[in-house]
Design a protein around this ligand. Sequence first.
Ligand SMILES: Cc1cc2nc3c(=O)[nH]c(=O)nc-3n(C[C@H](O)[C@H](O)[C@H](O)COP(=O)(O)OP(=O)(O)OC[C@H]3O[C@@H](n4cnc5c(N)ncnc54)[C@H](O)[C@@H]3O)c2cc1C
Length: 294
Amino acid sequence: MLPAGWHRRFEHRASEERPLAPLTTFRIGGPAQIFVEPQDVDELAEAMANLKKGGIPWRILGGGSNLLVADKGVRGAVVSLARLSAVRKRDRMLEVDAGARLIEVVRIAASAGLEGFENLAGIPGRVGGAVFGNAGSRYGAIGDLVVALDLMEPDGTLLRVVPPAGFFRYRGSEVGDRIVVRALLAGSEADPKLLRAKVRDLVRERRASQPGWVGNAGCIFKNPPGHAAGRLIDAAGCKGLRVGGVFVSQRHANFVENDGKGTSSDVLRLVDRVRDRVRKAHGVELEMEVRRWE
Ligand SMILES: Cc1cc2nc3c(=O)[nH]c(=O)nc-3n(C[C@H](O)[C@H](O)[C@H](O)COP(=O)(O)OP(=O)(O)OC[C@H]3O[C@@H](n4cnc5c(N)ncnc54)[C@H](O)[C@@H]3O)c2cc1C
């Protein structure tokens, strides 16, 4: 049931048993018991304070591009930040709301002559999710661009944080159980024409070596220190390995693809098989990069 007063307060922006699969790139998973999509920071703060008061557990949804949602769905509330999506230019910086799409931010930065953002070209998802997981490529990660973050505590309190050294690590951060609401991102000055060309090249490079944006959740495993997970998986003979509706991509061995009939339990069984084979072949333990919602 929705918390008291939410029907009136959030209208169609709050619902019950909302299917999550269409909100993820994997297209897998059951519904959220409670779903809310605040339209501004005040609404977000109010929703969080209500959830805290009601003792209702919550999770934040960005672009759903790094998520594996359980087949039975999730209890408690899923708070989507998709409506908080403004991008403002401030001198050599962009002030970006957490729900802004990363591709949009990369495009705006290139046109504004801000260098550094192009390293994130072709990564799906939204800025809050990217900051939470320190999304990046072999050229650089979003943490390299962050000057300051507006984070919300679970009770709705907002604070500005200048991330200290060590705040960001490989595919992770110290955001913890706070919500990324806004990020101040800085780049150095460069020729917009060159930056736009770099973005195009990087997107082309990805298209040639990875599946598209639907039916997978990006790299399923983190790269173990000193190794590329995709190479280990390929060398262990896992390309094409299938469980139910999901299989190890032929294009890139670190991607698991959903043929449209895949389930979360298919993915987890396939992940176990790949891990076993890689452990036997190389003596290396793979850790999942994709986040599990259970
Ligand atoms: C085809 C494809 C290619 C990809 N390539 C890359 C790549 O090159 N590099 C890379 O790093 N990733 C890659 N990814 C994975 C994914 O796009 C990134 O991890 C992305 O940054 C996730 O952002 P999201 O908004 O989709 O987060 P979601 O999937 O919605 O959420 C991921 C996690 O972040 C948390 N979260 C989301 N928003 C917030 C917020 N505002 N505050 C606090 N926590 C939050 C969620 O609760 C969840 O735990 C790829 C994915 C796909 C499908």
